[in-house]
Design a binder for this molecule. Structure first.
Ligand SMILES: [Zn+2]
Length: 269
């Protein structure tokens, strides 16, 4: 039934205007989910349910950040729990949206629709999106060789990129380099905090990587030492249990993963 509604909406839009019409069809699509039980903190819509979504890791169901979640995707803005948590954190715990007196440069690797939409609401934010593959990225750029000058960005957002990068320390150092002294970065990865980071350079094929890391294009599973790895690149790292701080009612209302923590990384002055 739902697939038919989505298909009918998509078929009603002439080819070539999908991108421009996206907000309209996403709004129409989200009507099916309208209700009062939940509220997406990223787009503000009230919902009776989020769409169950995420990855069913066959051997590591305790990997937080990308695992399947019954309150997965927002039908309107496509956020997953990890995006909603990051948006709430930025809004409530940083001055990025509130302090409009200064123009700030924000870089996002692996940009997605919801964050782009959010950032463009604020005139004082100069938002840059970068990625090697994403269709949303403004700059086609390798995280191992960021084409911006040292200390250019006030804030950096990078969700679920580092687990794809073999030389992740080099990537972390590049992110650290382009951050301003006093600036901050939110660097999220799928993580299993009950064990140490697991990686083996011998696992090179998609089959091996799927078998041992749970996804065919991942090169490791981060563990409790992820904080230390970030610190070795120069960051001061605060691991913040923000769902706990928000409390169970907000976690339920906003469709968050109660186990996900924010890795808030600062380049000290
Ligand atoms: Zn939303």
């Amino acid at each position: 039934m739902l697939k038919r509604i989505k298909s009918l909406i998509l078929k009603s839009i002439p080819p070539g205007v999908h991108s421009a019409a996206r907000p309209v069809y996403k709004w129409l699509y989200s009507l099916y989910y309208a209700g009062t039980r939940h509220r997406c903190p990223s787009c503000g819509i009230y919902l009776r349910k989020f769409i169950p979504d995420g990855i069913l890791y066959p051997i590591f169901p305790d990997i937080v950040g990308a695992r399947w979640h019954p309150k997965g995707r927002c039908p309107r803005c496509d956020t997953m729990p990890r995006h909603r948590l990051m948006h709430l954190f930025i809004r409530n715990k940083t001055s990025l949206f509130n302090d409009k007196t200064q123009r700030v440069n924000v870089l996002q690797f692996a940009p997605e629709y919801s964050t782009i939409r959010l950032m463009r609401k604020y005139g004082h934010i100069k938002y840059f999106s970068a990625d090697l593959y994403s269709k949303f990225a403004e700059y086609k750029m390798d995280i191992l060789d960021i084409k911006f000058e040292t200390g250019f960005f006030d804030a950096i957002l990078c969700q679920h990129v580092l687990e794809h990068i073999e030389d992740d320390l080099k990537a972390m150092k590049e992110l650290f380099r382009v951050l301003k002294p006093g600036g901050w970065a939110i660097l999220q990865v799928p993580i299993r905090e009950t064990a140490k980071t697991f990686e083996n350079p011998a696992y090179k094929t998609p089959e091996d990587r799927f078998r041992f890391y749970g996804q065919s294009d991942h090169v490791r599973i981060y563990g409790w030492d992820y904080k230390e790895r970030l610190e070795s690149a120069g960051f001061k790292v605060n691991v913040i249990d923000y769902p706990k701080e928000l409390g169970p009612k907000a976690v339920e209302k906003c469709g968050l993963d109660k186990d996900e923590k924010i890795y808030f990384c600062v380049k000290t002055l």
